[in-house]
Every structure is written in C-alpha cells, then in structure tokens.
Design a protein around this ligand. Structure first.
Ligand SMILES: NC(=O)c1ccc[n+]([C@@H]2O[C@H](COP(=O)([O-])OP(=O)(O)OC[C@H]3O[C@@H](n4cnc5c(N)ncnc54)[C@H](OP(=O)(O)O)[C@@H]3O)[C@@H](O)[C@H]2O)c1
Length: 438
C-alpha cells in the first residue's frame, strides 16, 4: 500500500475508545496492513498487543519494539501461530522530536489521545509538517478551530488530509447530510437549500471517563467569552455563511422546542453545535457540491413540546453550572476514571438513529424533499472506534480522490464520500435516503 514503514499508527490504544479502534482494525482490516500501536508506556501497551493477537491470531499484529522482547515474541508467534512477521508497539512521548519521527514513518495516524486541547496539538502539528494523514475523534470545537487556524494551510501545502471529529460527534450528522445532498443532486438535479437533522433515538449506556473529563476540562481551559466565540455553527466554516438562513422564532430560541414536518417535535441537541460546525465546514469546503445557499440545523427528537422545553432549559442550566469551578471539582468525583467506561454488558442494547430531511433548492411553493436515516446498533464507543478505523482505510485507498474533492488540509468526513458510506454499511452503520413523493 505504501513504501513507508507503516500504513497506519494508532495513538492511544490504552484508552477506552482507542482500544475499540484497535479491536476493529484487527478484526476487519486487511491482514497485510502494516500497522502499529503507539503511546507513552510500552509496559501498558504490551498486554494489549497480546490481547489483539489473540483476537485474530492469523494476521500480522502489533508486536514489540524492545530488543529483548522481539526474539521472545517472534519465537512465541512462530510456535503459536506460524507467523513470521510482526509490527511494533511504539513508545512515543508527545513532544515535537518524537512525534516528527513517528509522523515520518507512517502514512496515517489515528489519534485517540484526549482531552485533545491538552495533549494533541503537537500530534496535529507533526502530521501537518510531515504531510502525514491524521484522524481523531474529538468533539472539542474550540480546539479544532485553533488547529485549523494554525495548521490548515501547512497541512494542505504538504499534502496531508486531517480530519477531526470522526466519532459519534460528528461523523453521523456529517455523513447523513452528505448523503442527502448527493441524493438531491442525483435525483432532483439541483442544490440543497436546507437540511434539518435530528437524533431520533440515542440509547447509550453512558459516557467514558475520558469523555466526561474532556467536557469538564474544556471549561477549565477557556473563559466563557472564548467558549461562546469558538462554538458557533460557523466557527469552523471555510468560507462565508449563507446570508438568508431561515431564522428561529423568539419562542423557539427560548424554549428550544419546535415541530418539524416528517421529523416530529425537536429540541436543542447536546451535540448540535459541534455537528453544525462540522457540517458547515463540509459545505463551505465543497460549495460546488452543497450549493452556496445550503443551511443546516441539528436537533434532538423528543416526545412532546413540554419535554423539549425541559431538555433545552436543563441543558442551559447544566452548561451554566459547569462554568463554576466547585461544580466541576465535584463532578470529577463521580465519573469513571480515565481509561474506563460503560461495560460491554451494559452497552448491549445501545442504539443510534438519526433522521433528516433535505429540501431541494427549487423555485415554487413546494420544493421537493428527501428523507434520510442513519442507524447503528451497539455501543457508541465501539461505533466511534469503527468510524475512525474505517475512515483510515478510505484515506489509504482513495488518497488522491479525497485531496481532489476536498482540496486537502483540515477537512471533514464528508470528503470521504461514498467510499466511507459503503464501508460503514459493511460494518453495521446504514445510511438510507429516499425522495418524498408528497
Ligand atoms: N466526540 C466523540 O464522539 C468522542 C467519542 C469517544 C471519545 N471521544 C474523545 O476521545 C478522547 C479519548 O476518550 P477515552 O474515553 O478513550 O479516554 P481515555 O480512556 O481516558 O483514554 C485517553 C488516552 O489518552 C492517553 N493519554 C492521556 N494523557 C496522555 C499523555 N500525556 N501522553 C500520552 N498519552 C496520553 C491515555 O494513555 P495512558 O493509558 O498511557 O494514560 C489513553 O490512551 C476524549 O477526549 C473523548 O472526549 C470523543
């Protein structure tokens, strides 16, 4: 696939999310993929490498770098599985020198080390400087904004494809919107005027320690004024926002709730802002595909207006409380420790369903509409791991096409296009679209 030492390096395999990503790579990616796991502690990664081997013993697996351990492991491999080759477990500290060296060795880095604003800027910098492709699962919009301002041009000039937020935030919303825009173009031969999207159902057994620690630490990191400035729907946009976006009424602003045709009662969504910022980056990076008047809104589906208002007000109160340091201090006492999250047993019935309706940019009182649905059954963290692992394969197999479509640099999952939709379909994440005939 490439002449570099590795096709793919996974940073942070010891984390709750990184580990699911590693499992997915071992169980689903081609056996000739040259890949390694990397993190700050070899001692912590070695048992993981062994467990990964045990998952699918007949493939080339992450192995050991230590000179003492290599012969032992190769001997073990040959004895146990008849393998003659193994790739590495790489001990890497998050400094420029070591990350530069790492970035030069591999075609792509998947980074599951968070909180991202605390640790991962040097990783993005090394990838941008060395033309190494990069993927992560962050939902930290302010940090993404800083990365874009600092590294988009460098990454673009050096041929790197960098994609943030290839997790539950914000890949499903971005890919469903992309699929709807494509359907409108193909079936109705026009641009899309507007997409209203919602989480129809999200059953999750809870958030990992890493996620909750990240949310809390964002409030430690940024003052409120910057938080507000960096998290608006157009904070990541690559071009001007459309001028005539349909506005919310005062009541909708106050209560959050509204009724939307074919989608039901919708209210403010916890990941709405992050998803909107990413989708608007997609639409402004690829205006020829989305159209210059494209507007996007992300909501949460609820049973009735009363619950909608309750969710909206509850979220506003919750966010305001997070601004208070004693509240953050107290919360830290109740969350999972880093590296931990809900058990697989508890996640068995987890489920995600997005619905969205696209309105064609057509003249007349009744422009055509297209309905879209995205579904996934299983843990949201397993899902995040598979999203980012599959995105890496799309880049490895379609690098030039992605650069042409997106123009490279810091782009979004939408740049991965149909190849990503098709790969996701193979691993249980289905996206369906249909033109509404009424
Ligand atoms: N938005 C989404 O959709 C989404 C979904 C899932 C996860 N996430 C984000 O992904 C991140 C990881 O989540 P998680 O639950 O997997 O967290 P986690 O279990 O705490 O894992 C954190 C990882 O980062 C590594 N790490 C921490 N500090 C480090 C440092 N100073 N140097 C090197 N490595 C370091 C840890 O390595 P050690 O084991 O060596 O400590 C571990 O591998 C979080 O920021 C979370 O918000 C986002």
């Amino acid at each position: 696939m490439t002449s570099l030492q590795y096709d793919l390096v996974l940073l942070g395999p010891t984390g709750y999310t990184g580990r699911f990503c590693a499992d997915h790579i071992v169980q689903n990616h081609p056996t000739n993929l040259k890949w390694a796991i990397a993190g700050r502690s070899a001692a912590k990664m070695d048992p993981i490498a062994q467990e990964l081997r045990a998952l699918v013993p007949d493939r080339v697996q992450p192995g050991m770098k230590s000179f003492v351990m290599i012969p032992i492991f190769i001997a073990f491999f040959i004895a146990a599985f008849g393998l003659t080759q193994c790739t590495d477990v790489l001990e890497v500290q998050l400094n420029s020198a070591e990350l530069d060296e790492l970035a030069k060795k591999t075609k792509i880095i998947i980074n599951c080390i968070g909180p991202y604003h605390k640790y991962s800027s040097p990783v993005v910098e090394a990838c941008a400087n060395n033309g190494t492709h990069y993927l992560d699962v962050t939902g930290e919009t302010p940090w993404i904004k800083i990365m874009i301002d600092k590294y988009h041009d460098t990454a673009k000039n050096n041929g790197a494809i960098i994609i943030h937020s290839v997790g539950v935030e914000s890949a499903p919303a971005d890919m469903l919107a992309w699929a709807l825009v494509k359907k409108v173009r193909e079936d109705l031969s026009c641009n899309t005027r507007e997409i209203t999207s919602c989480i129809k159902e999200m059953k999750s057994s809870g958030a990992s320690g890493g996620t909750l620690n990240t949310i809390i630490s964002i409030f430690d990191w940024l003052p409120t004024s910057k938080l507000l400035k960096f998290t608006g729907p157009f904070s990541l946009a690559a071009g001007p926002s459309p001028k005539d976006i349909p506005r919310e009424t005062i009541l909708q602003k106050l209560l959050g709730a509204r009724s939307v045709r074919d989608l039901g009662i919708l209210t403010t969504s916890p990941n709405g802002m992050a998803d909107m910022a990413i989708v608007y980056r997609s639409s402004t990076l690829m205006p020829e595909f989305y159209g210059k008047r494209f507007a996007f809104h992300q909501f949460l589906n609820v049973r009735n207006v009363f619950i909608g208002a309750l969710v909206h007000v509850g979220m506003m109160v919750g966010l305001s409380l997070l601004l208070l340091p004693p509240v953050r201090w107290l919360l830290r006492k109740f969350i999972f420790a880093p590296g931990n999250g809900p058990s697989m047993q508890d996640s068995l019935n987890d489920h995600l369903e997005y619905h969205a309706v696209a309105t064609a940019d057509q003249q007349g009182p009744s422009p055509k509409r297209v309905f879209g649905k995205l579904t996934y059954q299983g843990s949201m963290y397993v899902y995040t791991g598979l999203l980012v692992a599959e995105a890496a394969m799309v880049i490895l197999e379609n690098e030039e096409k992605i650069k042409k479509v997106s123009r490279g640099g810091i782009v979004t999952t939408a740049a991965l296009g149909q190849e990503f939709v098709d790969r996701l379909d193979q691993v249980g994440c289905r996206i369906e679209t249909k033109v509404l005939e009424y």
